[in-house]
Design a protein around this ligand. Structure first.
Ligand code: HEC
Ligand code: HEC
Length: 323
């Protein structure tokens, strides 16, 4: 069931799932260096997530193999501070803040490799880009507000307090990436997608990890449509954003193997499938400058007489974006 893909009982176990997955994919061909990196990192996150929360419930079945090392390191890792806690939250958002999560995704489902993968919406140098004017809300946006946008849209969740500790620690993690050079963005894949071709390509290239019905596979990969996926208001629900992401990052174990046309076709197919609504989306791009691949009609685009997109199938929203 999709609902269970990343929904687990404790902090310790969610990171263990990641750990198990890292091992599988690393064995699948990413090479020994990345195996060591992912392994080391997974252990570090387990220690961080478990060690930094006094109420963490231990899952002795899954943690049996890592407990011994973790105990000694706990104090040292705990002092690494807010950035460590922030990263644990970014990797286990639903488990940490269930009332604020509306699907099975976590921040690093899209911001791959903890936000460091250059082709996957990196957080490298992000902090110094904010506040900045953004056309979607039509305002100068703070980093906190930008994060809340991803909570409300990509996680189909409920925004968190912008001056609270949870927000503070996520920003603290991003600060550790701020002096890293921001890579030049990839040329966006703007080809028109063909839904029928995309359906076949999805079955051949994606279903083994994300499920034949886009529902996700437990401990392998999360949903790409349906109730556990990102909302229609997410950047990833835009044709060009998704196609460009897929072109360079999926299939996860064979990146950069799709052609531009295949990526566009698969994106078109995925985006014809139902996903949660995003209340208030009609107020986006209030200046009438909505990009051509936006998935829904905005009031300003309607008023300006812009061409309007075909309606997408929508599922009821589980969690309201604004408290
Ligand atoms: C479904 C995929 C997805 C998930 C899950 C997701 N994001 Fe994003 N995020 C995006 C996309 C796509 C963009 C870029 C949107 C655009 O085109 O402007 C983005 C942009 C951002 C940015 C702005 C980066 C910059 O350099 O300007 C931040 C910060 C961010 N996300 C944080 C988060 C956090 C924190 C979470 C979890 C609470 C999260 N995201 C979850 C897809 C996702
Ligand atoms: C080998 C397994 C595998 C294959 C094959 C694969 N993916 Fe993924 N995919 C992943 C993993 C793992 C993630 C990151 C999940 C995480 O860390 O939470 C991911 C993330 C994603 C995301 C962002 C998160 C989300 O669920 O929306 C999208 C979109 C996506 N994949 C689409 C695709 C598409 C389309 C294909 C086929 C071209 C594909 N993937 C093939 C494993 C796979």
């Amino acid at each position: 069931m999709a609902a269970d893909a990343h929904r687990v009982g404790s902090h310790c176990r969610i990171t263990f799932d990641d750990f198990a997955f890292s091992m599988r994919t690393a064995r699948g061909g990413s090479g020994i260096r990345s195996l060591r990196a992912t392994l080391g990192f997974a252990l570090w996150v387990i220690v961080a997530a478990c060690g930094s929360r006094s109420d963490a419930v231990r899952d002795d079945t899954t943690r049996a193999g890592v407990d011994a090392g973790a105990t000694d390191d706990t104090a040292a890792v705990a002092t690494a501070g807010n950035a460590v806690r922030g990263l644990a939250l970014l990797n286990a958002f639903r488990d940490s803040l269930p009332a604020h999560s509306g699907n099975a995704l976590r921040c690093t489902s899209c911001h791959l490799d903890n936000g460091t993968r250059e082709s996957a919406l990196p957080w490298l140098g992000t902090l110094s880009r904010y506040p900045q004017y953004r056309a979607r809300p039509g305002i100068d946006e703070s980093i906190e507000r930008r994060i809340n946008e991803c909570i409300a849209r990509s996680l189909a969740g409920k925004m968190i307090a912008e001056d609270g500790q949870d927000m503070h620690v996520m920003v603290a993690y991003m600060a550790t990436l701020n002096d890293r050079a921001r890579p030049a963005p990839h040329v966006p894949v703007k080809l028109a997608g063909r839904v029928a071709e995309g359906e076949g390509a999805y079955a051949a290239q994606c279903a083994r990890c994300h499920g034949a019905n886009g529902e996700g596979v437990v401990a392998v990969a999360p949903a790409v449509w349906g109730a556990e996926s990102y909302s229609v208001g997410a950047g990833m629900a835009r044709q060009f954003t998704l196609a460009t992401f897929l072109r360079h990052n999926m299939p996860y174990d064979r990146t950069d193997t799709l052609t531009d046309q295949e990526a566009a076709d698969i994106a078109a197919y995925v985006l014809t499938q139902p996903r949660q609504d995003h209340p208030g989306k009609e107020r986006d791009w209030p200046k009438g400058d909505a990009p051509e691949d936006v998935a829904y009609t905005t009031t300003a685009a309607e008023t300006a007489g812009l061409p309007l997109p075909a309606p997408r199938p929508l599922l009821p929203r589980r969690v309201q974006p604004v408290p």
